[in-house]
Design a protein around this ligand. Structure first.
Ligand code: 13P
Length: 254
């Protein structure tokens, strides 16, 4: 089963609107020739609309880093799936460990967001991952597959098929300590087995599972060579066009 790779840059709380536009243009220019992969960039909310306009005629798609589940209402400070769709945003990262850790995001909220995003035609990138304590306690697979089941609870099989799951071990994020390809593959395989339990093998084989956590041009190839790793969700190394393009170009011969 060959799944189209999806490489996404999560810019987190970085870059002004002007800087975001500059990086978006540079990513577009450097990645345009890689037609066999999906390329996504996730600027801050403030830069979303401008970046989506800048990339409108390019294959590079835009993601938000979070959203609320309601379309509108008395939710000060939030933005909605309807707003994202209106702004030309194709994807939305939900359940990132930084949001779970610092902003109290729960499995239940992630499930509601996934549901609401699909209602507006914005596709979720659903993040899951264990802490170092959980890994050391041997809880990785049960924890991560539990997160997957909870996040997808409100989706149909067809909706799940076009969603993306991002496995990001918390201990590998921003630490320079990447999961080994074997460690990542073990969890990706467990996630796919869980997806097969939920939706059957054919749907599970279509769902793309990204790895995230200190992905760089130098380690992306061996990660992507694993059978169940279908892409990368990249933080630090997505903040310059050269390093992100180096990740996008992982298939090109060097
Ligand atoms: P780093 O690539 O900086 O480790 O961040 C990973 C991440 O959290 C992407 O969402």
């Amino acid at each position: 089963m060959s799944r189209r790779p999806i490489l996404a840059g999560n810019w987190k709380l970085n870059l002004t609107v002007r800087e975001s536009l500059e990086l978006a243009s540079a990513v577009r220019d450097k990645c345009a020739r890689h037609r066999d992969v999906d390329v996504v960039v996730a600027p801050t909310h403030l830069a979303l609309h401008a970046v989506a306009q800048r990339l409108a005629d390019s294959p590079v798609r835009v993601a938000a880093q979070n959203c609320h589940w309601a379309d509108q209402g008395a939710f000060t400070g939030e933005i909605s799936p309807a707003h994202l769709a209106d702004a030309g945003v194709a994807w939305c990262i939900i359940g990132h460990s930084e949001r779970r850790q610092f902003f109290g995001e729960t499995d239940d909220g992630v499930a509601k967001k996934a549901r609401a995003l699909h209602d507006r035609g914005v596709l979720p990138i659903i993040c899951v991952g264990e802490s170092l304590d959980q890994r050391d306690a041997g809880q990785t697979l049960s924890w991560v597959t539990g997160q997957v089941k909870a996040a997808l609870a409100e989706l149909t099989a067809d909706e799940a098929a076009v969603s993306v799951v991002a496995y990001e071990p918390i201990w590998a994020i921003g630490t320079g300590r990447t999961a080994s390809p074997e460690q990542a593959q073990e969890v990706h395989a467990a996630i796919r087995a869980t997806l097969a339990e939920l939706y059957g093998r054919a749907i599970a084989d279509r769902i793309r599972i990204q790895y995230g956590g200190s992905v760089k041009p130098s380690n992306v190839k061996t990660l992507m060579a694993q059978p169940d790793i279908d892409g990368a969700l990249v933080g630090g190394a997505s903040l310059t066009a050269d390093s992100f393009a180096g990740i996008v170009a992982h298939r090109a011969e060097d």
